[in-house]
Design a binder for this molecule. Structure first.
Ligand SMILES: Nc1ncnc2c1ncn2[C@@H]1O[C@H](COP(=O)(O)OP(=O)(O)O)[C@@H](O)[C@H]1O
Ligand SMILES: [Mg+2]
Length: 291
């Protein structure tokens, strides 16, 4: 066994600082992700993805598949590129001027970075839920109806009513709000607001839902409700969740991807990774030696 990783100086992909030790997967050009990156019949595929902010590299050579009806958790120390990678999946990084994405990412076999890709449509197919619930300053009804109207997904008021109701039901919020749909979304509790944002994402019938630390602003009870919801949603969607909580990753995901300084170190079944991590960096993180 190599010396404790926490005592080893870590190379920094972003500053380019070299490790003082000679064995280091992060600077080794031949480093390969440990574990099974591929699934049968994936919903999305990512191949050799590199992301730069100006000349600083934030993601290096990441390849993985996202399966259907699975929750895949992205974990790793703060600043390792989890949010950056997640944002590649629906081209949210396009909104950051200095950000450049290389590599190939497909959704149902089509490269989402192709010139012909309609980005507004892509973001409907690959929805996103953020860390801090961000309901629009509109009624509950209009929050959920917003994207449906934008994309012309309902032909009349009664269809729209149905979509709003079914989305709120799927998000586990209908019972709590059905009698006050005309009230502002911002008046709900934090946990309810986050479920409203999930309802808003679901209403436009996405195929994949991205969640970036969706519970980190919530109390434990609201967190438990969202985690249960994520498990229900898996029956219909592929879900990629970034979490800084290993317990949460263990509770909600079937596969886990461990990132470290922009590299995908290890990927595989969540139960295997948490009980028997293969790579020493994964082990170090999971056993709490750093993070
Ligand atoms: N908008 C940005 N501009 C410049 N650098 C950024 C930006 N967003 C993230 N970074 C840098 O990219 C690296 C990865 O960040 P991020 O993806 O936010 O990591 P994580 O979500 O794992 O904490 C960090 O070094 C961070 O400082
Ligand atoms: Mg982040």
């Amino acid at each position: 066994m190599s010396p404790s990783l926490s005592e080893k100086p870590m190379p920094d992909l972003l500053t380019g600082q070299k490790s003082k030790t000679d064995v280091d997967p992060l600077t080794d050009p031949n480093f390969q992700t440990v574990g099974e990156s591929w699934v049968n019949n994936p919903s999305m595929t990512c191949r050799d993805v590199n992301v730069f902010y100006s000349d600083k590299q934030a993601i290096a050579d990441v390849s993985l598949d996202i399966g259907r009806n699975e929750v895949i958790a992205m974990i790793g120390p703060s600043g390792c590129g989890k949010s950056t990678f997640l944002r590649c999946l629906n081209r949210m990084n396009d909104t950051i001027d200095i950000c450049r994405v290389e590599g190939e990412i497909t959704l149902e076999g089509k490269n989402i970075y192709d010139k012909e890709m309609d980005i507004v449509f892509l973001r409907a197919r690959v929805g996103m839920v953020f860390q801090k619930p961000n309901p629009f300053p509109k009624s509950l009804y209009d929050n959920v109806a917003y994207g449906v109207r934008l994309h012309g997904l309902a032909n009349n008021k009664s269809e729209l009513d149905d979509i709003v109701e079914s989305s709120l039901k799927k998000a586990g919020l209908w019972r709590e709000v059905s009698d006050r749909l005309d009230k502002p979304g911002t008046g709900l509790s934090g946990g309810q607001q986050q479920r409203l944002c999930i309802a808003r994402a679901i209403a436009i019938r996405p195929e994949v839902i991205l969640m970036d630390e969706p519970c980190s602003a919530l109390d434990p009870i609201a967190t438990a409700v969202i985690e249960e919801l994520i498990d229900d949603l898996r029956q219909q969607y592929s879900i990629c969740i970034v979490t800084h909580s290993m317990q949460q990753a263990a509770r909600v995901s079937q596969r886990t991807a461990y990132f470290h300084l922009g590299k995908l170190i290890e990927i595989g079944s969540t139960s295997d990774m948490f009980t028997n991590p293969t790579h020493p960096l994964t082990e170090g993180y999971i056993t709490g030696r750093f993070g």
